[in-house]
Ligand binder design. Structure first.
Ligand SMILES: [Fe+2]
Length: 315
């Protein structure tokens, strides 16, 4: 609201968002207010509410993870109500994005790790959830390969500009993937945890990813098994029997999380993350069930299921 007021006062004609997911999504929300008028952003939540193009909007990401520069989605936290408001419309897509890895060279290591795990989650959920399709699959697999090959290199050498470029491209490609196919339970739980406990989004993704994949396992055995090729390379893929590849994909993700913990103490459990108390898990589970992305999860999720996944992720 404050930024929209400045926009109007200064008679601006366009918006440039420079930053991570929160800054980009703030830009999207400001664009709704200055294009549609009014001060009540909550009026525009949901899918397909916007009916016409917004003001010119440009994005320069400074993290490699959110993919918001190529998505038709924005998420804004209503701090007063403790909820995250979702917005979905193709009119939210930026007119142009500048993907310049120099903007991420000084990103602190724990944010590099958490945001890359957000990109990884976008790609994996895109590839395993209900709205997967050949186009989103192509972007998702390419993104997973890039994160798997470059993330630890960048963690060890933060100024590795080639590796940073790979992660920046992976983030954008994973964004294209999920914007054309949606995400699932990892995001539902993550949105709820972010709203209630104020944990960063990327960290929530890293915390929940393996446990949600275990919960979904029998419904996604084939696509998840296919991802082993991109997570661990052709040698490991070829040496792993087809019937064990899905579990091996989850193991590869756990190994990556351990490696990130070693390098920057990126938490692997809710307990390690702090900020969350065990008695908040019921509330998180309830809120997650009302999250828009849960309907794209490949397996039906009950309150009991969501609570059980949270318990597994606890410690
Ligand atoms: Fe995400």
């Amino acid at each position: 609201r404050d930024i929209a007021a400045i926009y109007r006062k200064e008679k601006c004609d366009s918006i440039i968002a420079v930053g991570g997911g929160s800054a980009i999504d703030t830009g999207k929300a400001v664009n709704i207010l200055v294009s549609e008028g009014g001060d009540d952003i909550a009026k525009y939540t949901g899918a397909g509410v916007l009916k016409r193009p917004l003001k010119p909007f440009f994005v320069v990401p400074t993290t490699a993870g959110t993919g918001s520069e190529v998505t038709s989605v924005a998420v804004i936290t209503d701090e007063a109500k403790g909820v995250k408001l979702p917005f979905t419309s193709s009119f939210l897509l930026p007119n142009a994005a500048i993907i310049d890895p120099r903007m991420t060279l000084t990103l602190p290591s724990h944010i590099t790790a958490a945001t890359a795990m957000d990109a990884m989650t976008h790609a994996i959920e895109s590839f395993t959830c209900m709205a997967k399709n050949p186009l989103s699959d192509a972007y998702a697999t390419a993104a997973i390969k890039k994160v798997s090959q470059s993330l630890l290199q960048v963690m060890d050498n933060p100024k590795d500009s080639t590796g940073r470029l790979e992660l920046a491209q992976a983030s954008t490609m994973a964004g294209i993937a999920f914007s054309n196919s949606m995400v699932g339970l990892v995001h539902s739980l993550g949105h709820a945890t972010g709203a209630i406990c104020h944990l960063p989004h990327g960290l929530c993704m890293s915390l929940y990813l393996p446990y949600v994949l275990e919960f979904n396992l029998e419904t996604i055995r084939e696509p998840l098994g296919e991802l082993l090729l991109y997570l661990d390379g052709p040698e490991v893929y070829a040496a792993t029997p087809a019937s064990r590849r899905a579990e091996a994909s989850i193991s590869a993700l756990r190994t990556l999380r351990d490696a990130l913990y070693k390098r920057c103490q990126l938490p692997r459990t809710l307990k390690e993350a702090g900020k969350v108390t065990e008695n908040q898990l019921d509330q998180i589970a309830e809120m997650a069930l009302n999250d828009g992305s849960i309907m794209f999860n490949p397996k039906e999720v009950s309150l009991k299921d969501a609570r059980a996944v949270l318990q597994r992720a606890w410690a």
